[in-house]
Design a protein around this ligand. Structure first.
Ligand SMILES: NC(=O)N[C@@H](CC(=O)O)C(=O)O
Ligand SMILES: [Zn+2]
Ligand SMILES: [Zn+2]
Length: 348
C-alpha cells in the first residue's frame, strides 16, 4: 500500500457481498460495482432464487453482458440453499467452478427469502459436503421468530443457530454476513479461523437513530436493521482492528425508489456507487488507513482461499458528490449518502 496525504494506492479490492439483481436493474447497477471491485460475491436471492448450476452460470453470463467493454470484473456466484438443497449438485457446482459458496437465508428473514431454509437439520448432507470440500457457507444471521424483538434477532441467531452449527461442523468455513452487533463481533473474534464476517459501510456509519431522524427514513432501512450506538462502534472497531476475520462486503441492495418510499418499504441500502470511498473515509477518520488494504483486498480472498488480485486502484483526495437520485430501470434508486460529499474519489 502506498499513501501520501493526497493519494492512496491499494491492491484492487473485492466486494464479498452484493446484490446485483437481474434484467434492467442489473444493467443499471452492475457497472458501479465493477468500477471499484475486481470480484464480488453475488447474492442468489433472485425471483426465483438461484439454486441450480445451470441457473447460476446463466446468471453469471447476464452479469458479464451487463458490463461495459474492458471491465475486468469477475462475478463469484453463490447457491441459494433451500430445504431441498441437493448436496451432490452443490458439490458439483463448486468443483466445476460455477459457484464458490452457498447462502443460507432463514425462511422469510429478508428480501426474497421466502424459499429459504425452515429447518437447518435438513441441510445436514449439504453442509457435510461443503465442510468436506472447503466450500464456504454464507449466513444471513437473523432468527425469524416473530416473538423475538427485531433488534435482538441477530444476537438470538448466534445462540439458537450459529453457535450450534459451528459446533456441529467445526471445519466448515462460515461467513457471518453483514454483522450489526457487539455480540456478533465477540462471536467471530472468539471462534476459530473457520469463522469470519463481512461488514457494510452503512453498519459502520449508522446507528438505529438514523432510521427515525426527524421522521421515518426508508433509505436507512435494511436488514439486519441498524442497532444501538454501542453496536455500531463495536462493528466499526472490528472492521478496523486488523483482524483477518473481518472483510469488506457492501450488501449493496438496490430497490426502486417507489418500493422504498411506501407504506411497507423494502429493506436494503444501495451503496454501490461510492462504497470504496465511504469505507476509506471512515478508516481515515479513525486513523486506521494502514489497515484499509487488508480489510478491502486481502482478508476476503485469504479466507475464501482465492488468490489476491493483481493490479491496484488509486484514490485521490478530491470531493465526490453523491447524487440525490440515480436513474435505473425506468425509475430511480436513491443511493446511500444521497446528496452528501465524500472526501475521496477513485483516480482516473
Ligand atoms: N440487506 C437488505 O436489507 N436486503 C437485501 C437482502 C439481505 O441481504 O438480507 C436485499 O436483497 O434487498
Ligand atoms: Zn442478508
Ligand atoms: Zn445482502
Amino acid at each position: 500500500m502506498v499513501t501520501d496525504p493526497s493519494r492512496i494506492t491499494i491492491r484492487r479490492p473485492d466486494d464479498w457481498h452484493v446484490h446485483l439483481r437481474d434484467g434492467e436493474m442489473l444493467r443499471a447497477v452492475a457497472p458501479y460495482t465493477a468500477r471499484q471491485f475486481a470480484r464480488a460475491i453475488v447474492m442468489p436471492n433472485l425471483v426465483p432464487p438461484v439454486t441450480r448450476i445451470d441457473a447460476a452460470s446463466a446468471y453469471r453470463d447476464r452479469i458479464l453482458a451487463a458490463l461495459p467493454d474492458g471491465h475486468g470484473f469477475t462475478p463469484l456466484m453463490t447457491c441459494y440453499l433451500t430445504d431441498d438443497a441437493d448436496a451432490e449438485e452443490i458439490a458439483r457446482g463448486f468443483a466445476e467452478g460455477v459457484w464458490v459458496a452457498a447462502k443460507l437465508y432463514p425462511a422469510n428473514a429478508t428480501t426474497n427469502s421466502a424459499h429459504g431454509v425452515t429447518d437447518i437439520a435438513r441441510l445436514r448432507p449439504a453442509l457435510e459436503a461443503m465442510q468436506r470440500i472447503g466450500m464456504p457457507l454464507l449466513v444471513h444471521g437473523e432468527v425469524t421468530d416473530p416473538a423475538v424483538d427485531i433488534f435482538d434477532r441477530e444476537a438470538v441467531f448466534i445462540e439458537r443457530t450459529l453457535a450450534p452449527l459451528a459446533r456441529d461442523f467445526p471445519a466448515l468455513k462460515i461467513v457471518f454476513e453483514h454483522i450489526t452487533t457487539a455480540e456478533a463481533v465477540a462471536f467471530v473474534e472468539g471462534a476459530g479461523p473457520t469463522i469470519a464476517a463481512t461488514v457494510t459501510p452503512h453498519h459502520m456509519m449508522l446507528n438505529r437513530n438514523a432510521i427515525f431522524e426527524g421522521g421515518i427514513r426508508p433509505h436507512a432501512y435494511c436488514l439486519p436493521v441498524a442497532k444501538r450506538e454501542r453496536h455500531r462502534v463495536a462493528v466499526r472497531r472490528a472492521a478496523m482492528s486488523g483482524s483477518p476475520k473481518f472483510f469488506l462486503g457492501t450488501d449493496s441492495a438496490p430497490h426502486a425508489v417507489e418500493r422504498k418510499e411506501a407504506a411497507c418499504g423494502c429493506a436494503g441500502i444501495f451503496n454501490a456507487p461510492f462504497a470504496i470511498e465511504s469505507y476509506l473515509e471512515m478508516f481515515e477518520e479513525d486513523g486506521a488507513i494502514d489497515r484499509f488494504e487488508a480489510f478491502a483486498s486481502e482478508n476476503g480472498p485469504n479466507f475464501y482461499g482465492l488468490p489476491l488480485n493483481d493490479g491496484t486502484i488509486t484514490l485521490e483526495r478530491r470531493a465526490s458528490e453523491v447524487p440525490t437520485s440515480l436513474p435505473a430501470a425506468g425509475t430511480a434508486i436513491i443511493p446511500f449518502q444521497a446528496g452528501g460529499t465524500l472526501r475521496w474519489r477513485i483516480a482516473g
